[in-house]
Ligand binder design. Structure first.
Ligand code: CA
Length: 221
């Protein structure tokens, strides 16, 4: 899952980038409205964390512009404490959720997880596909009752597959959702990760479509 953080407070932006990275997201960030808006238009983010008070262009205007252009990426806005007006404006502009500052990082991570699942039509509990259960808190996968630890990239990759069962995903799409802007991309690296992931979840679950990409098959219960 790839996530965009738009926050001008340098300390908070760094903390968000670091902690959301540890929570298994590939994170890009911007410290002002116009740059954040551009990134949101350019890359297929799965989630956006948007501060409202931003230099250059405020968060409400950025969000309004995205929605007007048909960008429906789930957005959680960060509002000032006790500013009920900001929440109302945020929801009218198309926000999916909000969090008032100061907030606990664990709450943000939980809300982001819920937003991802809601946007993919899965409403509660850990992410599951047949007998595969992905625990987002511990980044472990359980396959037919047997647990495996996942590296950061393996976790992001498997979550992306599990949220898109039966869908043909090109290597470019996978790259975009698994890596952030700073990551060094090597064209054959995804194949290496897929090979390792297959060893953990079962070879038949991730099919190669030659020249086209990969498809995750949810096992039938
Ligand atoms: Ca701010």
């Amino acid at each position: 899952m790839r996530l965009l953080v738009i926050e001008d407070d340098q300390y908070l932006r760094k903390r968000l980038t670091q902690e959301l990275g540890q929570a298994g997201y590939a994170v890009d960030s911007a410290d002002n409205g116009p740059e954040g808006e551009l990134l949101g238009d350019q890359f297929p983010y799965d989630l956006i964390v948007l501060d409202l008070g931003l230099p250059g262009k405020n968060g409400i205007d950025v969000l309004t512009a995205w929605r007007a252009r048909g960008n429906h990426t789930p957005v959680i806005i960060l509002t000032a404490r006790d500013q009920w007006r900001e929440k109302v404006d945020g929801f009218s502009a198309g926000a999916d959720d909000y969090l008032a500052k100061p907030f606990h990082m664990a709450e943000l991570i939980a809300r982001l997880g819920a937003l991802v699942r809601r946007s993919q039509g899965q409403t509660q509990g850990p992410l599951t596909a047949g007998d595969i259960v992905l625990d987002e808190a511990t980044q472990q996968v359980t396959v037919a009752g047997e647990s495996h630890r996942l590296t950061g990239v393996e976790f992001r990759l498997l979550r992306y597959f599990m949220l898109n069962p039966g869908r043909l995903l090109s290597k470019a799409q996978i790259d975009e959702h698994v890596y952030d802007l700073d990551a060094t991309k090597e064209s054959n690296v995804i194949e290496v990760y897929i090979r390792r992931l297959r060893q953990k979840v079962g070879k038949e679950r991730i099919q190669t479509r030659r020249g086209q990409g990969y498809m995750f098959q949810a096992p039938t219960p």
